[in-house]
Design a protein around this ligand. Structure first.
Ligand SMILES: [Zn+2]
Length: 343
């Protein structure tokens, strides 16, 4: 699951854990029958901001990627630069992340995909392929990626590193429910991203909790509707210095993304328990200066609710309360090389 597990955990420990979990499930079912309690509502949804940046090359933030987890299920939304390292930094086993939802096909949302696909396969012995949901064009992009790594696939595969563990099942999606299992649903929301279209945001619903990711998008009615009453709303945001914004030089960028004032309107209309910025564009405003400016503009536009400027490695746990954990230091993480410490 999400946390680091010591290598010494044997099969018997896993069986005990399975029996323990089964016992909990039985108890929950009994409780549900006799008292109407829905046990799923006790299960926290975990949101990991893996990478909160955009195309810009900066040491502040890695490329765009967000992980949502419930129980042992991981769902990754976009795979920008350094997604693999970001998962490890968040103490997520990369080989367990096999379900990926792409908002659109701009490079800053997919360029972390090849390492996430290939490296856990041969280094961490992933024993299954990937499943990827994305807009029309995704299958073609995946076919191109396979072609790019054709040499490696052929030469490195063997009886242990089976080629089938590199299979990718692609779902090209339209708006609506794109994933449903148990009490979990993932709904694609059509958004407006101009030269990034077709583009989607995603709403995740499970265990009585909900998250909306706007993806890369400007404000449209679809998002106002889809975000209604969510627990967490993760919005992209784009801004620049007054001089840049005044000159019109960055209008093509601003017009396909969310300005702080638009985000404020989105938050005010939908009323999330916590609003979060990720995919942060701030032209000419590096560091804390830019982050503070975006928050200040959002506040000035009237939004006074919970608001967080996302940082790589932040974790948000959604339960009866919302817990925000700042990024953990990564200096003490050992090399993840498949020979030593394994999740
Ligand atoms: Zn982007």
């Amino acid at each position: 699951m999400a946390s680091l597990k010591p290598r010494s955990r044997g099969l018997s420990a896993r069986r005990r854990e399975v029996r323990y979990v089964s016992s909990i499930v039985r108890q929950c079912l009994l409780l549900a029958v006799f008292s109407g309690i829905v046990c799923g509502q006790q299960r926290p949804v975990r949101v990991y901001l893996i990478g909160t940046g955009a195309p810009e090359i900066t040491m502040e933030r890695a490329g765009q990627s967000t992980l949502i987890s419930l129980d042992t299920n991981h769902f990754l939304f976009d795979a920008g630069r350094h997604t693999l390292q970001g998962l490890y930094k968040a103490r997520i086993a990369p080989q367990e992340v096999t379900r990926i939802f792409l908002t659109h096909l701009h490079n800053d949302h997919i360029e972390g995909l090849p390492p996430l696909w290939m490296t856990p396969w041969f280094l961490l012995r992933r024993r299954q392929g990937l499943e990827i949901w994305g807009p029309p064009g995704t299958a073609n992009m995946i076919a191109g990626m396979r072609q790019m790594f054709a040499h490696d696939i052929e030469r490195r595969s063997n009886e242990t590193l089976k080629k089938e563990f590199l299979d990718i099942e692609v779902h090209e999606i339209g708006p609506g429910t794109v994933y449903a299992a148990g009490d979990m649903t993932i709904t694609a929301v059509e958004v407006e991203h101009h030269d990034g279209n077709p583009a989607f945001g995603y709403r995740f619903d499970a265990a009585g909790r909900s998250v909306l990711l706007t993806g890369d998008a400007t404000l449209t009615a679809n998002l106002l509707e889809a975000g209604n009453g969510v627990d967490i709303l993760i919005s992209n945001v784009a801004s620049g210095t007054p001089r840049l914004e005044g000159s019109g030089a960055i209008d093509p960028i601003l017009n396909k993304l969310m300005k702080p004032e638009q985000a404020a309107r989105l938050f005010l209309t939908t009323g999330p328990r916590l609003a979060v910025y990720s995919h942060i564009v701030k032209k000419g405003l590096p560091g804390k200066l830019g982050d503070d400016e975006i928050i200040a503009r959002t506040r000035k536009a009237g939004f006074e609710g919970g608001l967080v400027m996302g940082l790589d490695g932040m974790q948000i746990v959604i339960g009866d309360e919302i817990q925000l954990t700042q990024p953990q230091p990564s200096d003490d993480l050992p090399e993840l090389d498949g020979a030593g410490l394994i999740f």
